[in-house]
Design a protein around this ligand. Structure first.
Ligand code: UDP
Length: 332
């Protein structure tokens, strides 16, 4: 697609999406500078890249001044906690990385004359009153709810990005990422796919929150990464939804996982977390038009690959998957 070798800074490089992006850019022949403070990321995700001459890594917190020597053509800002239980555990860091972190990276992009793509989210639509969600919908977010720290940080992130675009002429891209899954998701991040698969593998019941009628639309990681890459290489400067419109209720999804894993466990119901969106499905009309992109991997195929990944985790990873002790990082 793009034959000229570029140098790209990827923040959140040791995370789920960040690490797959590192792989993608290297595969496309670019030099990658990864950055992560490793609070929710894991070096295991990028271990295979460390021996390569086209990969460098900085252990750094982007809410502090970011310095990278040399030229940077592209910045992919993917540093952020990204699961509801992380926002609850580290709400202030979540707010800071979306706001202060983004400000630092926009400053870096301005100084280095880099193109910057920021990872926004379907969460900016909150608990949506419009279905499916197109980019024109302004959203329905509870500013002070438990998810507000993520949603509002990401909304601020979009605003400051557009301000830098308008005021400084910065070359910006904004991806609104919908639920994405695949290998390297953190088993203990609390999100529904690692939660259900982990439960099935440990022989525990599957915990469906609420009545399970809430919907999500899951995009396999290779499709997501392809969409993000194309958006970066496009000249589209407004926010763009990237996700898979194939929508399913969480209850039906739990049934699918029971079939896939062959577990004999049953479904148990737990309280619905506050402000849990009742429905979510991306309208990707614009991505289809602008990027000539749409997801290719079906849920059946993607879930099979994802299950393979989780099946190969060690027992220690499977059973000792308590949350990291975030309190150590309170001063970030
Ligand atoms: N969920 C569930 N059981 C779990 C974890 C999550 O029923 O053990 C539900 C959750 O309430 C939400 C959906 O699955 O409705 C997706 O949750 P996730 O945390 O993966 O992402 P979200 O889309 O809410 O950010």
């Amino acid at each position: 697609m793009n034959n000229k070798k570029k140098r790209v800074l990827i923040t959140g490089a040791a995370g789920f999406l960040g690490s797959h992006l590192c792989d993608k850019f290297i595969e496309e022949g670019h030099d990658v500078v990864g950055m992560d403070n490793l609070i929710t990321g894991d070096l295991k995700n990028i271990e295979h890249l460390f021996k390569r001459p086209d990969f460098e890594f900085y252990h750094h917190d982007v809410t502090k001044f970011v310095h990278v020597p040399g030229n940077i053509d592209y910045i992919m800002h993917f540093a952020s906690p990204a699961s509801p239980i992380d926002y609850l555990k580290i709400p202030i860091q979540t707010l800071k990385v979306g706001s202060l972190g983004t400000h630092n990276l926009l400053g870096l992009a301005k100084q280095k004359k880099s193109r910057i793509l920021i990872a926004s989210t379907s969460e900016i639509y909150g608990d949506p009153l419009v279905h499916p969600q197109s980019e024109d919908y302004y959203g329905n977010v509870n500013t002070i709810g438990p998810r507000g720290v993520y949603d509002e940080a990401k909304r601020f992130q979009e605003s400051i990005t557009m301000a830098y675009h308008r005021v400084h002429g910065l070359d910006t891209r904004i991806a609104r990422i919908f639920n994405t899954y695949g290998p390297r998701m953190r088993l203990n991040d609390g999100r529904v796919i690692p939660a259900f698969i982990g439960q099935a593998l440990r022989g525990e019941d599957l915990t469906v929150f609420g009545d399970g009628k809430q919907t999500r639309s899951f995009c396999y990681v290779s499709d997501q990464v392809e969409g993000l890459y194309r958006l970066l290489m496009s000249d589209y400067e407004l926010p763009l939804n990237i996700g898979n419109p194939d929508e399913i209720t969480i209850l039906d999804f739990a049934e699918e996982i029971i079939k896939l894993t062959g577990t004999e466990q049953k479904i148990v119901f737990r309280e619905l977390p506050k402000d849990d969106p009742l429905q979510r499905q991306p309208d990707i009309t614009r991505a289809r038009e602008v990027l000539g992109w749409e997801p290719k991997v079906s849920r059946t195929e993607g879930m099979k690959k994802t299950f393979e990944y989780f099946k190969n985790l060690t027992d220690e990873e499977l059973y000792n998957s308590e949350h990291k002790d975030f309190t150590k990082h309170n001063r970030l």
